[in-house]
Design a protein around this ligand. Structure first.
Ligand code: D5M
Ligand code: FE
Ligand code: ZN
Length: 505
């Protein structure tokens, strides 16, 4: 599926000061994401090398499971936005029983997990490092579209020159006359960019959040003190992106926000879901992905204790483990934590510790960090709990991100290629040596939860799914008019990437 022509790869490499032999170019063109492969090849090139060789690129690609196992003949799945409200769930006895499945046919790989790798000490240097890493990773995706001039170089250019810059959004203000002033920062300084209110790109300014990385192209004012912006670029998912699919008919159920321990936990809906998984209709559901908030937790929000049915956090996990035992024992389970779980709140969140793993040991579930890139039979699924969705929804215009269409808020994260673009808001981000929150590789499926609303759709062929929840409306949600979607399980066909939402209430 090479979306990048060989010629473009050659010029991309040349722009970074490298030549490459024929084999290196062919290998890069055939990589799952040639642009990522270019970046990685350059990054890992020996510092004195001027020419990248096939051998060099091959060793890099071999280290990447997506390139090792990728089937070049992928098909593109359509998402059917159909929800089988009511009716679709037949009682167990009329459906027949699920047959045991063959564990040998299943395979799961996990990448981008911070668990056990956290290096952050909370020192100032860590913040500098994680911002630098974020900038480098995202700028790498924009360099192929603009010819970046550092802020300090633009400061020295003469009035009227054309200029292009990649920067982190440092500030967005509206001027007295209603235009936008976007201040971009790179490692050398900041530069102000003016977006006139009647330009076609003006609505894009409303999508910006602080600290995301974008690129601009424009012309310097006569006094060279400001850039009149003509174009804005986001790191984004290439339009040509083609997702991978599984080689056989197999399905995954994507859920989140179980909230065991809350008085509002929907135990009946959960049991109907678990029962359905035992029926022949669910025969092909071999994977269960849970994107955080297994339990209600304690002390998460003010007055939360008034709505707890289980007050001890370990008892909550014990109860959750019992509910998990209701699903078929041959399901392959992958779990990440959320903000109600007993792991550090700051993202990236490591997976559950040994004690909690011991409690949730049934099914031998795979426990990984938030976020993680989970590849199931060749289909990569970016699992992220979704805490940043609240912020995206609060800051962007209704039509671009809302609780009613949570998948549209997910599209924004894909476009920004970062699961938590804004730093320093309500969301806590732990500084690490590398930024685990950038979306380096385009996932085939993006799975989040947190906002307790069901929504799914496709963005540049990536299937975005926000699973609903298993907790009825809480007092807080009532007070802010959040009407949760309770008891839904979106089911993804891994061979076609079609989604069907099933309802169990
Ligand atoms: O989050 C469920 C949703 O409700 C999510 O959009 C946050 C929001 N929420 C719930 N309780 C609160 C309080 N007390 N303050 C702010 N936002 C809240 P969950 O992670 O399941 O609680
Ligand atoms: Fe939740
Ligand atoms: Zn949550």
């Amino acid at each position: 599926m090479p979306s990048t022509t060989d010629g473009r790869i050659v010029s991309e490499l040349a722009a970074r000061g490298y030549n490459a032999d024929r084999e290196a170019i062919t290998l890069i063109a055939g990589a799952s994401d040639p642009d990522v492969a270019i970046e990685r090849a350059v990054e890992a090139a020996p510092s004195d090398a001027l020419k990248l060789t096939g051998e060099h690129v091959r060793s890099l690609l071999e280290a990447d499971p997506r390139d090792r196992d990728r089937d070049p003949s992928v098909s593109t799945g359509e998402v059917t936005e159909e929800s089988t409200d009511g009716g679709a769930v037949a009682p167990v006895e009329t459906m027949g029983e699920r047959e045991p499945t063959d564990p040998d046919r299943r395979w799961v790989e996990i990448a981008g997990d911070v668990t056990g790798r956290s290096t952050g000490t909370g020192e100032y240097d860590d913040f500098v490092a994680v911002f630098r890493d974020r900038y480098e990773r995202l700028a790498g995706k924009l360099r192929r579209r603009v010819n970046h001039r550092p802020a300090d170089a633009i400061q020295g250019m003469s009035g009227g020159s054309d200029a292009e810059m990649i920067g982190m959004v440092n500030d967005v203000r509206s001027t007295a006359s209603g235009h936008w002033l976007v201040e971009l920062e790179d490692t050398t300084g900041v530069f102000p960019c003016l977006v006139l209110k009647d330009r076609d790109i003006a609505p894009l300014v409303e999508e910006l959040v602080y600290d995301e990385v974008i690129a601009v192209r424009g012309t310097l004012a006569d006094d060279a003190g400001i850039l009149f912006t003509d174009e804005i670029f986001f790191p984004d998912v290439p339009h040509t992106f083609e997702p991978s699919t599984a080689d056989r008919h197999v399905q995954a159920a994507l859920i989140s926000d179980v909230h065991v321990g809350s008085q509002e936990f929907a135990a009946d809906a959960w049991s109907r879901f678990a029962d359905w998984l035992h029926t022949a209709e669910a025969q092909h559901v071999e994977y269960l992905l849970i994107a955080g908030d297994m339990v209600e937790g304690v002390g998460i929000y003010p007055d939360q204790d008034e709505e707890l049915s289980i007050v001890d956090i370990y008892d909550q996990y014990e109860a959750f483990a019992e509910y998990l035992k209701e699903v078929p024992g041959d399901l392959e389970i992958v779990m990440i934590p959320g903000n109600h779980d007993a792991v550090r709140l700051a993202e990236p969140q490591p997976g559950f510790d040994e004690e909690l793993r011991g409690i949730m040991s049934a099914h031998d579930a795979r426990i990984t960090g938030n976020p993680s890139l989970v590849t199931i039979e060749g289909v990569s699924i970016l699992m992220y709990h979704g805490m940043s969705l609240d912020e995206i929804i609060a800051e962007l215009p209704e039509e671009k991100a809302s609780y009613d269409d949570p998948h549209k808020a997910m599209y924004q994260l894909l476009k920004k290629r970062h699961v938590a673009p804004k730093y320093g808001g309500k969301l806590r981000i732990a500084p690490e040596e590398r930024d685990y929150l950038t979306i380096d590789e385009v996932p085939d499926v993006f799975h989040t939860g947190h906002v307790h609303k069901l929504g799914f759709g496709t963005y540049h062929n990536v299937v975005a799914i926000n699973s609903g929840c298993w907790q009825e409306q809480t007092a807080f949600q009532r007070s802010v008019n959040i009407d949760p979607d309770v008891g839904y399980a979106p089911i993804v066909d891994l061979d076609t990437l079609e989604v069907t939402a099933r309802k169990f209430t």
